[in-house]
Design a protein around this ligand. Structure first.
Ligand SMILES: [Zn+2]
Ligand SMILES: [Zn+2]
Length: 284
């Protein structure tokens, strides 16, 4: 576990994501140069913004729309170049599916797409609320911050009840922004709802992602930390995926070793990657 060689980075973005300009081939070449065994491009697909802005009328609470088009561009492209890397790396065609619990019928289109190897399930945004990336934290009271977190974990619980993804992405995602803005919250008060979500995840035979982005972004922790991976394991969870959440070439593989250490300290001796939606284990 000292080397990244032979590991897997299952959460990265390319120019087909609204928040990345990264060249697909440069991302893959970086993954190959690190000696990764498996590497997934998981561009954003926010299913609650599947259509164009016109479709949603006046309810502009989110700056990006038309994820149907982004999704088709990403999956069409990545699935078409996979063969080129055979023997060099296991290149996987993934997708980061946002808010599937809000639009299960649209999410089902993605679930049924046979070109996809791996689906991350994410919550970035609460109903009728901006993405956590765009909220105004300067004016936010402690009570508001905690209320938002409670709503976040409730949506995570709903997402896990829907459960048609492969791995739950960056559990505790709001902390990425809370910590940056000096908001400290004791997550223990949400342990009950988190436990409910992790139990559903384990019962559905799904994986939990440990996301390494917080290490390079200043949070000083993975999302989630080992405590929740351990809780997941205690509830019968067997699979962990690791992801850098890289939006730039330089960040491919970033935080993967730290994430693997969290998995190890939670009692996991191996992690997984998904090919054609089926898990393949790697020792850590
Ligand atoms: Zn995300
Ligand atoms: Zn992401």
């Amino acid at each position: 576990m000292t080397y990244i060689k032979g590991m897997a980075d299952l959460h990265t973005h390319s120019r087909f994501s609204v928040d990345s300009d990264a060249d697909v081939f440069e991302m893959i070449e970086k993954a190959v140069s690190l000696g990764l065994k498996a590497y997934a491009i998981t561009d954003h697909c926010e299913v609650n913004r599947w259509y164009t802005e016109e479709h949603y009328g006046g309810t502009k609470i989110y700056p990006y729309f038309d994820f149907k088009s982004d999704y088709e561009r990403s999956v069409g492209y990545i699935s078409g170049i996979k063969e080129r890397y055979e023997g060099a790396i296991e290149l996987l065609c993934g997708i980061e599916l946002g808010q599937a619990q809000e639009e299960p019928e649209i999410a089902q289109i993605v679930v049924d797409d046979k070109r996809i190897d791996f689906i991350l399930g994410s919550v970035h945004q609460l109903p009728q609320t901006e993405d956590f990336a765009f909220l105004n934290y300067g004016d936010m009271s402690q009570a508001e911050a905690e209320e938002l977190l409670e709503r976040y974990f409730t949506q995570i619980d709903k997402l896990c009840a829907w459960g048609k993804f492969d791995s739950l992405a960056h559990l505790t995602y709001p902390l990425r922004y809370y910590i940056k803005n000096g908001i400290a919250v004791d997550l223990a008060k949400f342990d009950c709802i988190i436990e409910s979500a992790l139990k559903r995840l384990a019962q559905n035979g799904k994986a939990l992602e440990i996301n390494g982005s917080g290490i390079r972004q200043g949070a000083g922790m993975t999302f989630p930390v080992a405590k929740y991976a351990k809780m997941f394991r205690g509830l019968g969870g067997e699979m962990i995926t690791l992801g850098s959440d890289a939006h730039y070439v330089k960040d491919v593989g970033s935080g993967i070793l730290e994430a693997a250490k969290e998995a190890k300290s939670a009692g996991f001796d191996r992690v997984v990657y998904f090919k054609e939606r089926k898990p393949i284990f790697i020792d850590i």
